[in-house]
Design a protein around this ligand. Structure first.
Ligand SMILES: Nc1ncnc2c1ncn2[C@@H]1O[C@H](COP(=O)(O)OP(=O)(O)OP(=O)(O)O)[C@@H](O)[C@H]1O
Length: 380
């Protein structure tokens, strides 16, 4: 797939901008702070309804404006659809496809798919477990958009359950009885949505793992395809072969076991919001080390790049060629890694690159060039 036209209205630094695009490589070149990332961030936002740079929508709306609009014509298998999202911070966002409103904004997710490489990717390796869970969930939802609803339901139940746990700490007598009865209802929903999310993440990690090994071998000098591994580590110890009811039961009994602890601390201690994606590197079973805390800077970068490349290969194996966005990454990489990454992505249907100077873009990625300066985007 590729974007053939992008229009922004009050998005980030842009009042109004209109950019015709084409398949193949397009580079956006400009000095710092001119709005290159803002352009590709808009396309990424359409894909996942979240940004790779911020957790909330407010910074995406131009300062002083009330709403932003991102509109893109997306070509897939020769057919074009115009996708549009209206960002209304503090109120519901609205989405349209070919001008027809969708029942919910999140129904847009998955209609355009992006894989973004950016300097922030190092947090996949060095950051908190929540950064890795977010990586998994973003990929999960791109592959199976229905899971956006499961994730939203889980997050809602978790918030409500945590609020209830906080009130339970001080509750006595009938109030406590009532709150415990409500807790049992939240437990049911937490277990139902949590098990579905957890199982989907486990399947995703199993699907992604072979692509990761291959990608790491391609980006790290001298590595073999067994070196880089990922494993899903649930906070509820579950055995893969267990029947579905068994997995629910394990979750439920773990909640019961931790209940007094949860009430004392006022938070939910069991569930996929506490899980981890464990990353290890090493030539043999007995020589493996965690990437976080042990890997060198170069190895960490290679691992992060490999995770993105593996995501791209997996989405492609699903039968779709996602749009690749390389946001400011080449300046971060040494010459050898630059060339390797460029060679690996040059065959994608559409590659969007941002860089401060054209010299940062490897030769393999020559294509259309736009200059970005002072809010203007002009074809070179
Ligand atoms: N909501 C907003 N309203 C107005 N301006 C904004 C908003 N959000 C970001 N900006 C401005 O957009 C500019 C950043 O644009 P962007 O991140 O696209 O830069 P860039 O060209 O990619 O730069 P670099 O090469 O440094 O990464 C900054 O000057 C910032 O102040």
């Amino acid at each position: 797939m590729h974007v053939s036209h992008l229009t922004l209205h009050d998005f980030r630094s842009y009042g109004e901008v209109d950019v015709p695009l084409e398949a193949g490589v397009t580079a956006f070149i400009g000095r710092n702070g001119q709005g290159k990332t803002n352009l590709v961030e808009a396309i990424d936002y359409l894909s996942r309804l979240s940004s790779h740079r911020v957790a909330t929508d407010a910074p995406l709306v131009r300062a002083g404006a009330e709403q932003a609009v991102v509109r893109a014509a997306v070509v897939r298998d020769g057919r074009t659809a115009v996708l549009e999202i209206e960002l209304n911070p503090g109120r519901a966002n609205r989405a349209r496809v070919n001008k027809s409103p969708l029942p919910r904004a999140r129904d847009l997710v998955g209609l355009v798919r992006t894989v973004v490489f950016s300097p922030e990717d190092l947090t996949l390796v060095k950051g908190d477990p929540s950064d890795r869970r977010r990586f998994l969930d973003d990929l999960l939802v791109l592959r199976t958009p229905r899971l956006a609803g499961v994730k939203a339901d889980y997050d809602r139940v978790l918030r409500q359950r945590n609020t209830l746990l906080k009130t339970l700490y001080a509750a006595r007598g009938p109030a406590r009885e009532g709150a415990l009865a409500t807790l049992a209802v939240w437990d049911d929903q937490l277990v139902a949505t949590g098990t579905e999310l957890l199982e989907a993440r486990e399947r995703l990690v199993a699907d992604l793992a072979p692509y990761l090994g291959k990608a790491y071998e391609a980006v790290a000098r001298g590595a073999s395809r067994d070196d880089a591994r990922i494993a899903y580590e649930p906070s509820v110890p579950l055995v893969v072969e267990e029947a579905r009811t068994g997995r629910h039961e394990t979750f439920r009994s773990e909640l019961a076991r931790r209940q007094s602890d949860e009430i004392r601390r006022g938070i939910t201690l069991v569930g996929p919001h506490r899980d981890e994606l464990v990353m290890t590197l090493g030539p043999g079973e007995d020589q493996r080390l965690p990437v976080k805390g042990y890997a060198s800077h170069g190895e960490s970068w290679s691992f992060a790049l490999a995770l993105r490349l593996a995501s791209y290969d997996l989405l492609r194996a699903d039968g779709d060629d996602p749009i690749l966005i390389l946001d400011d990454v080449f300046a971060e990489l040494d010459t050898e890694r630059r060339a390797q990454l460029a060679a690996l992505v040059s065959g994608a249907e559409q590659v969007l690159v941002t860089a401060a100077v054209e010299a940062d873009v490897p030769e393999q990625l020559s294509g259309a060039v736009f200059h970005v300066a002072g809010g203007e985007v002009t074809r070179a």
